[in-house]
Write a protein that binds this ligand. Sequence first.
Ligand code: ADE
Length: 249
Amino acid sequence: MKHVYILTPFPKMAEAVIGESILRRAAEKSLVAYHLVDMRDFTEGKYRKIDDYPFGGGTGMVMMAEPILKAMDHVRSVHKSDDDLRVVFPTPQGEILTQEKSWDLSKEEALVFISGHYKGIDERIREMEVTDEISIGDYVVTGGELPAMVILDSVVRLIPGVLGDHDSATSDSFSHEFLDHPHYTRPEEIRGVKVPDVLLSGHHARIEEWRNAKREAITKERRPELWKRYQEEILETRADEKRRCTQET
Ligand code: ADE
């Protein structure tokens, strides 16, 4: 069983997401255990304050280091493993989340998410605790819970056994360089719009060919930079093979 610790001042936000759908199913199958850690439980004083004014002045508040450090001490005391913890901090300043990154995180036995708020967290937390700073895209949302849940969902669905059919994760967009092909279900015709004939043909080789052609066309049109990278990788692989062949002869 893998363990996921979510440090947040708003545990109900995370609770709502992990209590539904695939994330919930992963817990029901005992593949993942979620531990919500309310940072405010590690504050002092009546107001359970987790933020303070920034040194040097300026607008916005900064999350204080101490409640987060104490929450991390708590995680280590309950986790009881010598393994180094992978500590994810969602931030627009992080590396952009990719499927490759999600596969990498899905192999960890324990993950910790630190949800930031306000202007950010005290820089010393990044230095002392954070191993991975991840952005979910070039835009800003309020607080780290939603990005943490996006990252968590993309990771948990890759853990073997979580999806009913493990194949359905390996056929997602980005698992094979291309975006996904279109999907159709019943009825065969709706308001005059029909399902492509090939999908009704029962001819598996032709269906696969159609799907691959669609994947390529969609990728080329919508994500030219992914297409270009794929072309470059193919050229590189071919050049490598050629070099190996000439060395062998
Ligand atoms: N926090 C606020 N915006 C974010 C983003 N785009 N990615 C990760 N964390 C964030």
